[in-house]
Design a protein. Sequence first.
Length: 135
Amino acid sequence: MLAYKKKEILKNAREGNARAQLEAALSYIWGKNGFPVNERQARIWYKKASLSGNPEAMFNLGTMYLNGEGGVTDVATGIKWLKTSAASKKKHIYRAVAPQLLSEIYRCGLHGISVDSNEAAHWKTIAEKRKEKSG
């Protein structure tokens, strides 16, 4: 049964289905649906889903680049994907989390980013507005 599930997810993902691409990435991260844990493969599928416009994948890909999971650390690319996720108009589970994380990165100078109080305030305002709307 798990082999079938894995085969179906990969078939749909390879056909360009962004949701299936995200599911493949999540399955590789968590080792579910018959997939082995493999951060490198997860990063590949997060990137495909991100390029297909999936903001949840964009957030996860951004954090993988920031932390060097599944490949080399690339802070600039990580920040780019977090900003793309945060700017998305689509509803997704990281809708308020992405701008909050960006705010913290700029407020505290995390990942070698220069402290930037204006950028931190910008992303914090977005995060707070989204929290109010969802709460």
